[in-house]
Design a protein around this ligand. Structure first.
Ligand code: DAK
Length: 257
């Protein structure tokens, strides 16, 4: 891996992916995105991993797709490269992914954070979709995910002016889970990851799928989907263990089975 560092066992059951292209502010070139895709595929299949953290480190999350790499591309180049398979892999990952954001999360960087399931931010985090300033527009879900997260009028303002918002504004708008001091970003993100990693991996997977389905269905369809996943948890040993542990007043030991 040239542009990311991956540690499948950063902690028990918690994997860490760190973007590592600091001189270019972690600009997402094609190679970096392919590396993220491959890492996520492997971590999703690794039974020891229950939660994945994706971070750019303490200085910058990602300043967007690599403008220098895209600058002279034709529409047909973009079509043929088919970068969307990479983004689709992020969306398809069944284990929870937490983005830990410090500094700029712009354009594709903001889209990358929003494609994750939760966003922890440091007080230095800045979010934006500035593609309009370079004569284009968001292409990896920005107009859709941002709008769903913060509502139409704020999404319009961000997408049409390219302005950045602070961590406080992002929190108020519902884009992120919380703000923590920069030096505590990883500790606080790990705390959240641990809370999830101690639950039943089967139930977590099914619940994540059901929450995501809320964006793709009517309420009635979503409720039917939720019900089926709920029934399915009763086919797991983890559900038997979780309820037995409650009755016996002990901590459950979930196995993901
Ligand atoms: N691409 C390439 N290089 C970048 C970059 C980027 N997005 N952002 C920064 N860099 C490079 C700079 O060119 C500079 O390189 P050198 O000149 O040192 O060689 C180095 O990183 C440091 O940047 P600055 O000198 O500019 O640093 P400042 O602190 O002064 O400014 C900044 C930081 C983040 C405000 C500024 O760098 C900036 O405005 N960057 C561009 C932000 C931006 O416009 N982002 C959106 C890019 S478009 C798709 C998927 C995704 C996308 C499209 C399609 N498909 C699946 C098809 C996404 C598109 C985008 O994200």
């Amino acid at each position: 891996m040239e542009f990311i560092k991956v540690n499948p066992q950063h902690e028990k059951h918690i994997a860490l992916i760190e973007l590592n292209r600091p001189k270019e502010l972690n600009a997402l070139n094609r190679q970096l995105m392919l590396e993220i895709r491959d890492a996520l595929r492997e971590l999703d299949e690794d039974d020891n991993v229950r939660v994945i953290i994706l971070t750019g480190g303490t200085k910058v999350f990602a300043a967007g797709a690599d403008i220098k790499q895209m600058a002279n591309a034709t529409a047909i180049d973009m079509l043929n490269i088919d970068q969307f398979s990479t983004w689709d892999q992020i969306k398809k990952t069944r284990k929870p992914i937490i983005a830990a954001v410090s500094g700029f999360a712009l354009g594709g960087g903001c889209e990358l954070a929003m494609t994750c399931d939760m966003i922890m931010a440091s007080e230095t985090a800045r979010f934006g979709q500035p593609e309009i300033k370079i004569g284009t527009m968001p292409g990896a879900g920005g107009t859709q995910r941002l709008t769903r997260a913060v509502g139409k009028v704020m999404a319009m303002e961000l997408v049409l002016t390219g302005k950045f918002i602070s961590a406080e504004e992002a929190l108020e708008a519902g884009l992120i889970n919380r703000i923590v001091p920069v030096e505590l970003l990883m500790d606080e993100t790990l705390k959240l990851a641990r809370e999830i990693a101690k639950q039943s991996p089967v139930a977590v997977k099914l619940a994540k799928e059901a929450v995501n389905n809320a964006f793709n269905s009517t309420l009635d369809e979503g409720l039917v989907f939720e019900r089926k996943n709920f029934y399915l948890t009763f086919a797991s040993e983890d559900q038997k263990e979780g309820m037995a542990a409650f009755v016996e007043k002990r901590t459950p030991e979930f196995k993901g089975k």
